[in-house]
Ligand binder design. Structure first.
Ligand code: ARG
Length: 461
């Protein structure tokens, strides 16, 4: 082997790569994040090679100990990563050789970097899924606590961001519990589907060595080895599924973040965010800004961007491995980091925020929010068809609006002038508390219904 050429494939090469080649080719700058997974995969592989008699027990033991040394060097920060060694796989193997000598050269028997990286990356994504499961669960608990505290507080429900009907605070919080609950079930689904081992697919076609892929799969916590070696080294849909689950969840986070930005404004004052999750202004002393919410709202951009970017990387690739696929990792790393951070920040904001109950109630009564209750009353009590009741109510709203009042401020005489059959009992349905209490249909906003859903979720978690 020439001294100047590559120590892994120097047999065929006489020259060193150009510096630009090294710069575009090396992935060690980012795939060092896969070190723990890479070493776990190698340990499983070496143990299997010994168990199947492909390498000796003493070589396997030397490899095992050597890998533990390398791992502690990496964890302790003393490991020197080399760009010339391209990626985490070759960095670890080269260091193993320096630590244990000759047996290190037997580790790569019946294996390729193609199945190695596919295995490492799956293990890494699986860890993120487990993290996300914990983060989503904690966020749901924070929302449940808010819902429980405010199962009866009334606030305006909006459509088109225009006052629609009164709802309860608890009901609004529980809407997000449902969304993040589906995100939770999506990460669990994704985990199940991705939890198969590519290890032992080798370069693309499998290997002639009598390896035991079931053994390595089990050692790494996979449910089974992947059934097709070409697919095993080429598939990145597990990463894409992770990114799409993260994107949907980031979209949910973003919608809630948007509401918190609006709710915490001086015009709304629905909530007060804690100092711990707010920032001030360097020039305007009165300011308290919802920066965490704004940043959470913005995270969807990079997370969904990662999803699109990896989709584009993969869409034109013939089977099996192409170096294009090295571009899969940074996207997923960045998306995972930011999704988990956004989930944690949202959990903190939700735990800390205070609802301004009196203000919510005042806002709930404004904007003729009980007009539908009035129309429903006309249907129930006077037998009017709903369409006509809608029309009569519209006339009453117009009258109130013209005279600068709310619906409950209209006198019975004024109401009867619009429709003769209206009686004083109509005033009962014009109050916001009666309005929400009456919406007892399954999934409705009535406090009883909301409490049922809180209990169901607590049980489920
Ligand atoms: N660093 C490479 C990657 O991340 C590892 C696989 C290299 N395989 C190869 N045939 N060059 O994809």
């Amino acid at each position: 082997m020439s001294k100047t050429s590559n120590q892994m494939w120097g047999g065929r090469f006489a020259d060193q790569p150009d510096a630009i080649m090294e710069a575009i080719n090396a992935s060690i700058g980012f795939d060092k994040r896969l070190a723990a997974q890479d070493i776990a995969g190698s340990r499983a592989h070496a143990a299997m090679l010994a168990a199947t008699g492909i390498i000796s027990d003493s070589d396997a033991e030397a490899i095992r100990e050597g890998l533990l040394t390398v791992l502690s060097e990496i964890e302790g920060g003393s490991f020197e990563f080399s760009t010339a060694l391209e990626d985490i796989h070759m960095n670890v193997e080269a260091r193993l050789k320096a630590v244990i000598g000759e047996p290190a050269g037997r580790l790569h028997t019946g294996r390729s970097r193609n199945d190695q990286v596919a295995t490492d990356f799956r293990l890494w994504v699986r860890d993120q899924i487990d993290e996300a499961e914990g983060s989503l669960t904690r966020l749901i608990h924070a929302l449940l606590a808010q819902a429980e505290a405010g199962a009866e507080w009334v606030m305006p429900g909006f459509t088109h961001l225009q006052t629609a009907q009164p709802v309860t605070w608890g009901h609004h919080m529980m809407a997000y519990v449902e969304m993040f609950g589906r995100d939770l079930s999506r990460v669990r689904d994704a985990r199940k589907r991705m939890n198969e081992s590519p290890l032992g697919a080798a370069a693309l076609a499998g290997t002639g060595f009598p390896i035991d892929r079931h053994m390595t799969a089990q050692a790494l916590g996979f449910d089974a080895p992947m059934a097709n070696s070409l697919d095993a080294v080429s598939a990145r849909d597990f990463a894409l599924e992770f990114l799409s689950v993260a994107s949907i969840s980031a979209m949910h986070l973003s919608r809630f973040a948007e509401e918190l930005v609006i709710w915490s404004s001086a015009q709304f004052r629905f909530v007060t965010l804690s100092d711990r999750f707010s920032t001030g202004s360097s020039i305007m002393p009165q300011k308290k800004n919802p920066d965490a919410a704004e940043l959470i709202r913005a995270k969807i951009g990079r997370i969904f961007g990662a999803n699109v970017a990896l989709m584009m990387v993969m869409k034109g690739l013939p089977l099996a491995y192409s170096k294009d696929m090295q571009e899969d990792k940074e996207q997923v790393f960045d998306a995972a980091d930011n999704w988990l951070l956004a989930l944690a920040a949202m959990e903190g904001m939700v735990r800390d925020m205070t609802a301004n109950v009196a203000n919510l109630e005042k806002a709930a009564s404004a904007g003729f929010s009980t007009a539908t209750d009035l129309a429903d009353w006309l249907v129930r009590e006077t037998g009017l068809p709903f369409r006509e009741a809608h029309h009569v109510t519209g006339a009453l709203v117009a009258l109130a609006e013209k005279t600068g009042r709310d619906l409950p401020d209209l006198t019975l005489d004024e109401m009867q002038a619009v429709h003769g059959n209206i009686t004083a009992s109509v005033y009962d349905v014009l109050g916001v508390h009666n309005s929400v209490a009456s919406r007892r249909s399954y999934g409705g906003t009535a406090p009883d219904r909301v409490r049922e859903q809180i209990a169901r979720w607590k049980e489920a978690l």
